[in-house]
Design a protein around this ligand. Structure first.
Ligand SMILES: *Cc1c(COP(=O)(O)O)cnc(C)c1O
Length: 360
């Protein structure tokens, strides 16, 4: 078997161990004679999977009784709308930080729902940047503050979350569980699963319970957090196979030492690639301001677009997949999420040195 070095931005690499378990159990889950996909979402077999997924996410994020885990659909993109629909009451405002493309999309959707204040905008900064979150002037009495912990396209990541008076809402799609967080800082966290948690088609929402009931009753039933909270994400048919894979990934994360274990591994992986950039004598140029460099999405440029194209082509031939930067920013990007093995990082770093030696 020959696995690719998968640097895709999302959907992204999954742990090989997880795929192998899923493969083994695919046609006969736990001796039931059918796939977990073929089980009722209200039956015993699936129920145990669902319960373990909720419990493991709770362990990994250090959730207290004050929080609830929800498994939703519609991607992180639907949360751009659901957050303001549920939390931004009539006559209220919310604060948003525009740190890049994903924050910008959240802002665009929130504006359709109500009044928001953009308290900082670094979305046009090159090299890509983030503001000093602790120094921002947040609006007194705001319904919430929305931030994006990791800008997947720009390759920037919040290093220290602010302590805000209003509930902090965070899009953690591309770095959830890459490091420990203090859950008490947050009112609501959401993440599409396809980067750090599992397959696409599943969205994790962690909500502080006092925020669940804020939505107006006139809001569509499926759009209300309370609907899903009341029914433990089983109001309608959830994406059962996605939740099963997320459960396997959560087991794998616990075996890596949880968020703290992952942080050590992720820092070591990212450090190797940033060293390859910084020690290249300017041949590779990092895309992000060093103080906000992401451990998940690492962006860099080569001396010319022609060399970038050659770099990506030759890397692809060596089974290093997904190194082309997002079409909006160009250049190169390596997405090294939790499940990207260190062997893939080592292969990339060796190739970067080799390519520079031949084309420098
Ligand atoms: C990928 C991504 C999204 C979009 O997620 P979907 O699940 O495709 O809607 C939103 N925010 C961030 C930070 C992302 O990386």
């Amino acid at each position: 078997m020959s696995r690719a070095h998968n640097f895709n931005a999302g959907p992204a690499a999954l742990p090989l161990e997880v795929l192998e378990i899923a493969q083994k159990e695919l046609t006969d889950f736990n001796g039931t004679g059918m796939s977990i996909m073929e089980h009722s979402h209200r039956g015993k077999a699936y129920d145990a999977v669902h319960a373990e997924a909720v419990a493991n996410i709770g362990k990994l994020l250090g959730l207290t009784d004050a929080y609830q885990v929800l498994f939703l659909q519609g991607g992180a993109s639907l949360q751009f709308s659901m957050v303001p629909m549920n939390l931004l009451g009539a006559g209220q405002t919310a604060d948003y930080v525009n740190s890049g493309a994903w924050a910008g999309k959240a802002i665009k959707e929130a504006k359709k729902v109500g009044a928001i204040t953009v308290v900082a905008d670094t979305s046009k900064d090159i090299p890509t940047n983030m503001p000093d979150y602790s120094a921002l002037a947040y609006t007194k009495g705001a319904a919430y503050v929305h931030v994006t912990s990791n800008e997947t396209i720009a390759g920037t990541q919040i290093q220290q979350f602010p302590k805000t008076e209003a509930p902090l809402v965070c899009d953690m799609s591309s770095d959830i569980l890459c490091r420990p967080i203090d859950i008490q800082n947050f009112g609501l966290i959401y993440a599409g699963a396809q980067k750090n948690l599992g397959p696409s088609g599943l969205t994790l929402v962690v909500i502080r319970k006092d925020l669940i009931e804020r939505a107006p009753a006139t809001l569509g039933t499926m759009l209300q957090y309370r609907t899903h909270a009341k029914e433990n994400s089983l109001y309608n048919t959830p994406p059962t196979f996605g939740i099963y894979i997320l459960m396997l990934v959560s087991r794998w994360l616990l075996a890596q030492g949880g968020a703290a274990g992952m942080e050590k591994i992720n820092q070591a992986k990212a450090a190797k690639i940033y060293a390859a950039i910084d020690n290249s004598g300017g041949y590779y140029r990092g895309g992000a301001v060093p103080a906000f460099r992401s451990t998940m999405n690492i962006t860099w440029r080569l001396p010319s677009e022609a060399l970038e194209e050659k770099f990506i082509k030759e890397a692809t031939a060596l089974k290093m997949i997904g190194l082309k930067g997002h079409r909006d920013v160009g250049g190169c990007r390596a997405s090294v999420y939790n499940a990207c093995p260190v062997e893939s990082v080592d292969a990339l770093v060796a190739f970067m040195a080799d390519f520079k030696a031949k084309n420098g």
